[in-house]
Design a protein around this ligand. Structure first.
Ligand code: SAH
Ligand code: SF4
Length: 363
């Protein structure tokens, strides 16, 4: 369980049974917490090393701590890991993990076995407000934001899944359910913990944040000058079509969105990735590929074409292979950097969000 239960009433005094959660602490806060327990502050560094670097899943494993401290921590503290409900591993090694959160909500994390090192795809919200017409994550609507600690727990537990196969996580993508820029505070807090050498210590160059295009937040992110890769879900080259596919486009149309992305590149020196899901008969024609290339011409960017992962509840089909190839080749002829995203985990199917939706339905 994550943060523990309700308060207990005792002679008019409410005694909280909540345990402190290690993943919620900055190194400084943990040091203070330990000093308050009468322990030396340097224990914080040791504990954080166990949790973030050595894959410890309990205080028992922290063998350089005195047994008395380990026992005390077990009674008063928890690391903050999530309860794993299922882990499905596909033939190609992709693992899809479903977690149960402390309030009974489900959330998904995917471990991707790339040749250059494993990657974790983490969720930032339960559900989503954006209502894109192809997306399973948005089907239940918005339920709640995840905390920075819940995001980090996904990373560490995905790391555990990689470690079970003698692999290490080399990169992260914020591309699971939810809109990370709609959960700004927790997402930034999480990114701070990712890059902190005293915690995960992963360069933000190995992190990709995917957004449906919240323009003011892209500008705020640019101002932070994090070197992460910004991936923007485009899915259409004009406002009419994009607004049909992604309602958020009516609020933040393409021209201001692309301008904000240009500002992002200017501020961070990082080229933006544009994601484009190909949906049969909707956004996959040669004319639309030409329109997209005209819009992106001269921009330092990369286009990632994605074949739709069909969601049973939604009446949309993936573009046939020949349409995907033609779309890609049309962009290439117009000198746009483009790749087709390799499909991983096809046999465990489930577009992001489906596993969770099925689980919540069963519940
Ligand atoms: N909300 C953010 C990040 C989460 S969605 C965003 O929209 O970018 C992450 C990626 O998964 C996006 O590129 C989204 O377009 C893609 N995605 C969502 N549903 C999909 C589906 N059914 N098939 C293929 N890709 C999907
Ligand atoms: Fe939300 Fe992204 Fe899904 Fe759109 S694609 S509904 S923004 S999670």
């Amino acid at each position: 369980m994550q943060a523990g239960g309700a308060g207990q009433i005792n002679k008019g005094v409410i005694i909280s049974l909540r345990k402190a959660v290690i993943l919620k602490f900055t190194p400084k806060e943990l040091m203070q917490f330990l000093v308050n327990l009468g322990e030396p502050g340097y224990r914080a560094k040791q504990i954080l090393e166990w949790v973030y670097q050595k894959g410890a899943t309990s205080f028992k494993e922290m063998t350089n701590l005195p047994i008395s401290l380990r026992e005390r921590l077990e009674q008063t503290t928890e690391i903050g890991f999530l309860e794993k409900i299922t882990e499905q591993v596909s033939a190609d090694g992709t693992a899809k993990i479903l977690f149960n959160l402390s309030d009974g909500q489900g959330v998904e994390t995917v471990v991707l076995p790339y040749d250059i090192g494993y990657s974790a795809c983490i969720s930032t919200q339960v559900g989503c407000k954006m209502g894109c017409i192809f997306c399973a994550s948005g089907l239940p609507g918005y339920i709640r934001n995840l905390t920075a600690a819940e995001m980090m727990a996904q990373v560490l537990q995905a790391g555990g899944s990689a470690r079970n196969r003698d692999q290490e996580l080399k990169s992260l993508v914020l591309m699971g359910s939810g809109e990370p820029l709609d959960n700004w505070d927790a997402t930034i807090k999480f990114l701070e913990a990712v890059k902190d050498p005293g915690r995960l210590g992963m360069s933000l160059r190995h992190v990709t944040l995917s957004t449906s295009g919240l323009v003011p937040k892209i500008k705020e992110l640019a101002a932070l000058e994090f070197p992460l890769t910004l991936a923007v879900s485009l899915h259409a080259p004009n406002d009419d079509l994009r607004s049909k596919i992604m309602p958020i486009n009516t609020k933040y149309p393409l021209t201001p969105l692309l301008t904000a992305c240009d500002e992002y590149t200017k501020a961070t020196g990082r080229r933006v990735t544009y994601e484009y899901i190909l949906i049969a008969g909707l956004n996959d024609s040669v004319d639309l590929a030409l329109e997209l290339s005209a819009r992106l011409r001269g921009r330092n960017c990369h286009v990632n074409l994605i074949t739709l992962n069909a969601v049973p509840e939604l009446d949309l089909r993936p573009s046939p292979e020949v349409a995907v190839r033609t779309f890609r080749d049309t962009l290439r002829q117009k000198k746009i950097n483009v790749t087709v995203r390799r499909e991983l985990g096809a046999d465990i199917a489930a577009a992001c969000g489906q596993l969770r939706n099925n689980y919540m339905r069963e519940c």
